[in-house]
Design a protein around this ligand. Sequence first.
Ligand SMILES: Nc1ncnc2c1ncn2[C@@H]1O[C@H](COP(=O)(O)OP(=O)(O)O)[C@@H](O)[C@H]1O
Ligand SMILES: [Mg+2]
Length: 384
Amino acid sequence: MRVIGLMSGTSYDAIDAAAADLDLVGDSLVLKPLGMVSEPYDGELRETLAAALPPGTTTLGEVCRLDTLIGQAFAAAAVRADRELCDGRAELVASHGQTVYHWVTGKEVHGTLQLGQPAWIAEATGLPVVADFRPRDIAAGGQGAPLVSLVDLLWLRGRPGRPVALNIGGIANLTAPDGTAFDTGPGCALIDAAARGFSGGALAYDTDGALAGRGRVHGPLLDRLLEEPYYALPAPKTTGKELFHLGHLRDALAGFGTLPAEDVVATLTMLTARTVADAVRTTGATEVVASGGGTRNPVLMGMLGELLPGVAVRISDELGLPSGAKEAYAFAVLGFLTLHGLPGTEPASTGARHPSVLGSVTPGRDELRLPPPAGRRPTRLLLG
Ligand SMILES: Nc1ncnc2c1ncn2[C@@H]1O[C@H](COP(=O)(O)OP(=O)(O)O)[C@@H](O)[C@H]1O
Ligand SMILES: [Mg+2]
């Protein structure tokens, strides 16, 4: 079955649309990657979204407008992926949507909101759409995240040693072989906020780690940032830009006077590397398979390698899954599982009471036909 996975993460830089040919073969799920297209959000939509996200405030009118505009943008990415990657023969779309709020108090998650109305995707593509993946896991007592961990577990099972999957997006998260999965803290979120702030908006991120590479890590600032209690919470735990945004950095900077932009960015890059490395160490990992846009920051990856002597730090491309597309492929898998009546969560990862079949289905142009229930979840994911 040809499935398009749509994803935009906490960086809301672009909508990634990955297409995969998926097949159940015995106990295996075979994934043939067909490629990815990436559609940057248009500038105005991105600004409207940024203004509505915490710590900003918004109105229901604006939420409605964003739900429609993001739905239309996701629909355009899906149409393009169907045409360019699937010869117009895609059968299903799985859309993560855009997270705008994750309602957390302490360690408890009460709700999560992803915008990008799937009706627009179904209307534009004519295909059935699985969306709203996270809420069911929350209703089952879980964190609603990380969801990609199930795919990581199926994929990395059978590799020698203790492989850990790491994704460095706006937030960084990892999945250990025992299914423990959690957000380690900021991935690129604070680096992006600083790069944008210092450049007056000209830079969306620290391209190729250029600023960090010229700066020096400021020890006292790093120590203060590391005082954030989130890092010491036991897993499972989840976080977002509700916590790690520009205000968080401003609070930490108070009292230090004016520091060179390069030093602040270098310090934030080290903060990500340190908190990721500390988290990796707790899992006893022998190998880290990294993905996400943060893998394109060589200063960050260099620091991570140095902090993890004896651990092989690889990028997922080396194993056949393009690092920039991994999460979009993972949602294609989750949509496929839902359509086949199979659970898409791993309770060890999300903390839920039980595994759940995720999402809600919006019918496409034709009568909704579900494949016969597969009965048993595959035990591994093979790349075809
Ligand atoms: N060439 C690059 N140099 C440094 N950082 C980069 C580069 N390309 C992407 N990134 C980082 O990756 C982030 C986007 O990663 P992504 O995996 O799409 O995150 P998300 O899932 O949060 O959208 C950007 O915000 C940026 O910080
Ligand atoms: Mg992104």
